[in-house]
Ligand binder design. Structure first.
Ligand SMILES: [Ca+2]
Length: 197
């Protein structure tokens, strides 16, 4: 049946209004979906950062322990060799340049020690430390300014132990050893410095 032009106009207007409402609803849904997606991405990034942060904190803890352990070992040694002391390994010790460290008997024997992965004092390997490295540098420093190195024996040595994982430095320990400082090894824990680590 043919409707009058006025009624056709009203019907068309109602249809257009319904379409407009439907289009607006779809737009709202789209915006909501986009917001949810953005929030999910932000949440995942946040979770990822937390996981990475925890992993890095755990690795730094291991690195600090490795650095402290080696520093303690070095600080228990003599300031210098008792027989014809040189800076570094003495003549009869150069065969132990790569360990075992059982034969290191003074502080500067550790100079340039760099091994990956870290080893026990008897040179045996340690487990679960693939990609890790411990490095040691020893230098004479002036007493007036311990940050300033010296080419002559000042009676004070600076020891730096650096621990890296995949070439990234995660911990560094700095110690100073005086010539007139004597370590009382009987007062140290862990069986007086014995053992293999
Ligand atoms: Ca020595």
């Amino acid at each position: 049946m043919m409707l009058p032009p006025q009624m056709r106009t009203m019907k068309t207007a109602r249809r257009q209004s319904r379409n407009a409402r439907r289009g607006f609803s779809l737009l709202e849904v789209s915006i909501c979906s986009l917001l949810v997606a953005v929030l999910m991405i932000a949440s995942l990034r946040c979770m990822g950062a937390i996981v990475v942060g925890r992993e890095l904190t755990a690795q730094k803890g291991i690195a600090e322990q490795l650095a402290e352990e080696l520093m303690t070992e070095i600080m228990q040694k003599s300031y210098k060799d008792s027989f014809l002391p040189l800076f570094g390994l003495e003549a009869l010790e150069v065969g132990y340049v790569n360990g075992p460290r059982n034969y290191f008997d003074d502080v500067d024997d550790y100079n340039n020690w760099s091994v990956s992965p870290p080893r026990n004092r008897d040179n045996s390997n340690r487990s679960n430390l693939s990609g890790w490295r411990r490095e040691v540098s020893v230098a004479w420093v002036t007493r007036a300014n311990p940050n300033q190195t010296s080419i002559t024996d000042t009676g004070l040595k600076r020891i730096i132990v650096t621990v890296k994982r995949n070439n990234q430095t995660l911990a560094q320990a700095v110690g100073y050893r005086c010539e007139n400082f004597t370590v009382d090894s009987s007062n140290r824990g862990g069986g007086g410095g014995g053992g293999g680590d």
